[in-house]
Design a protein around this ligand. Structure first.
Ligand SMILES: [Zn+2]
Length: 274
């Protein structure tokens, strides 16, 4: 699933093409991606609305309209692109939401397996929604002390805590694996046993890696595409994710892959991480 750097890349790409534009027509191919809103209400709110801003919160793209926000969480096979030309047949085939703008361009949410979700929230619903999500790791409010608080009060493995959206926004499996390797921390270690020095290291590595991934337009493992339809480049810089059984780049030891921590693949070096 696209994580913070991928959604940030999409938002930066589509924002200039959307802000200030009016939506003239909108169509939804399937209802199963909708959460808390029906097709008629969604389409009714979109048509005639002007896009005030496009931003990101955690792993969601937030398209701000008059009094409402369209919140898109692209799934593993989802993409959000503003097209300058009519869609090719293969592009239109998996287009779930299409919104035609007043300049003839089209915002398209495409999702082959429809694992993503669309929400339409008014201001009150948005306040509740964003209030339930933890701090943005690249914002100043996210400090080593704040990370330390979340880790200290948990009995879970450190990897689970940094992927918990209530503790920290936007970090998923890829960047959790990478940050824990870079910080030299065993992903299965109980979070509350980490010392302040480890909080500082992990905090710094989470921020460094997310920023580097944004600079590389995100990680394309399978279907992720930027807001202009390109692949990302950060997969070339991954040190552990997807490399189980291969030698550690730091010490040469075979990297371990396990599903024991959270049913997702965790890859780590048992020599470099403790
Ligand atoms: Zn190693």
């Amino acid at each position: 699933m696209p994580e913070l750097p991928e959604v940030e890349t999409i938002v930066r790409d589509i924002r200039p093409a959307l802000v200030g534009r009016r939506i003239e027509h909108a169509a939804l191919s399937h209802d199963d991606v909708l959460r808390g809103v029906g097709r008629r209400r969604l389409i009714g709110r979109l048509i005639g609305a002007t896009v005030r801003d496009v931003s990101r919160r955690a792993k969601h793209a937030v398209i701000e309209l008059d009094g409402h926000r369209l919140v898109v969480q692209p799934g593993m096979t989802g993409s959000l692109v503003v097209h300058r030309r009519p869609l090719r047949a293969d592009e239109a085939r998996y287009a779930v939401l299409r919104a035609r703008l007043d300049n003839g361009r089209e915002l398209v949410y495409r999702d082959v397996r429809r694992l993503g979700t669309l929400l339409l929230l008014n201001d009150r619903q948005w306040a509740r929604y964003t209030g339930a999500i933890g701090p943005e790791p690249l914002d100043d409010e996210f400090t080593p002390e704040r990370l330390g608080e979340a880790l200290r009060r948990s009995r879970q493995a450190v990897k689970k805590v940094i992927m918990d959206q209530k503790a920290l926004a936007g970090v998923g499996n890829i960047y959790a694996n990478e940050a824990l390797f870079a910080a030299g921390i065993d992903p299965s270690k109980p979070a509350r046993r980490l010392l302040p020095e480890a909080h500082r290291r992990l905090h710094a590595e989470i921020r460094r890696i997310l920023a580097a991934a944004i600079a590389s337009s995100g990680t394309t493992v399978r279907d992720y595409r930027t807001g202009t339809g390109e692949a990302g480049n950060f997969q070339l810089e991954l040190l552990v994710y997807g490399r189980e059984g291969e030698p550690c780049r730091r010490c040469g030891t075979r990297l371990t892959g396990t599903h024991a921590i959270d049913a997702r693949i965790t890859v780590f070096c048992h020599r470099c991480q403790s």
